[in-house]
Design a protein around this ligand. Structure first.
Ligand SMILES: [Fe+2]
Ligand SMILES: [Fe+2]
Length: 149
């Protein structure tokens, strides 16, 4: 597997969790799926930043798009905090989840099209494969050392 397939699989996991939240029939279930989503998003964003983005930062062709993507990651994290701080009875909760979904979808769209295309032009096949192991390893480290809540 190469890093593109791996990242796409992660993105699909996140999309499925958004569906679970939206289709859940109680706020308790929604919040439980939201906790899963938050963990998955933080795990994905932090490990992606430390491996795939880090590799791309060293090339002039991909440096700028990575800087832009990092800003979007920060926006996603801000939404996660706002939703966590929002009271469960508040009608705004689901509105914020909708805004987060929109923000994530936009980011993923850009990543899978423009960024992957540029990445393929600078990374060799060996690196594209190695980055999967790097990202897996980084996730394990995060899970062992950091609270992703
Ligand atoms: Fe991603
Ligand atoms: Fe990303």
């Amino acid at each position: 597997m190469n890093i593109y397939t791996y990242l796409k699989k992660d993105h699909q996991k996140v999309a499925a969790l958004f569906d679970e939240i939206i289709n859940a029939n109680s706020q308790t279930k929604r919040e439980s799926f939201f906790r899963d989503l938050k963990k998955e998003l933080l795990l994905h964003a932090e490990s992606e930043h430390a491996t795939f983005y880090k590799a791309l930062k060293s090339y002039p062709e991909t440096k700028e798009i990575v800087q832009h993507a990092d800003k979007e990651h920060a926006e996603v994290k801000e939404y996660l905090d706002r939703i966590s701080d929002c009271s469960r009875e508040n009608a705004e909760w689901l509105v914020l989840v909708g805004e987060l979904k929109h923000s994530v979808e936009h980011h993923v769209e850009e990543e899978e099209s423009e960024m992957f295309k540029k990445a393929r032009s600078v990374l060799d096949e060996e690196t594209e494969k190695r980055l999967v192991n790097d990202m897996e390893g980084y996730k394990e480290k995060l899970l062992a050392t950091k609270k992703l809540e």
